[in-house]
Design a binder for this molecule. Structure first.
Ligand SMILES: [Fe+2]
Length: 172
């Protein structure tokens, strides 16, 4: 199964619509996956960061649904994103193979940052395509989400500096 079918490339508008639908799948999977990450995180600041990103992600879902409805004749559905499924799956393996504590936290942060970087790349393209298509209102909304994703990523980098060193000193 290809990630994007050849039919999606007929126009930039079609590619843009597909990108928004993949992003909706991404965000839906994040909303579904974050509660387990909140539960498994040990560091209170990490728990809090995941919790606030869950709230933000719910807003991201709403924004995408609005944008998709606008370009897809009111038909709002997602397009299953297998890349996100794979990243979430690898994160679940780390959780299964670690005990609660700093090592598991660093694994959770690594997984979350893979997801953030994937979202940052996807939202960046979508914003640029919206601009090219003359959809400046879409571009502004996507920029807002992009800024929130970048902020979430920076916060995780900050937390990782503490948890990485705690993980390094945790006994094997
Ligand atoms: Fe998001």
């Amino acid at each position: 199964m290809g990630l994007i079918t050849p039919n999606d490339f007929k126009s930039l508008h079609a590619l843009y619509t597909a990108q928004l639908r993949y992003l909706l799948s991404t965000e839906n999977q994040i909303v579904k996956g974050l509660p387990a990450m909140i539960e498994h995180a040990d560091d209170p600041q990490l728990k809090q960061a995941f919790q606030s990103h869950l709230q933000e992600s719910q807003v991201h879902v709403n924004r995408l649904e609005e944008l998709i409805g606008d370009v897809n004749d009111g038909d709002v559905d997602d397009k299953k994103d297998p890349i996100l499924t794979a990243i979430v799956g690898s994160g679940e393996n780390i959780t299964k193979e670690t005990d609660a504590g700093a090592i598991r936290d660093t694994g959770l942060i690594a997984t979350a940052q893979k997801i953030e970087h994937y979202e940052i790349a996807s939202y960046g393209s979508a914003r640029d395509w919206a601009t090219q298509l003359g959809l400046s209102d879409h571009a502004a909304i996507l920029q807002q989400t992009l800024d929130e994703e970048k902020h979430a990523d920076q916060l995780l980098t900050q937390i990782s500096q503490r948890s990485n060193s705690a993980a390094a000193s945790e006994a094997a």
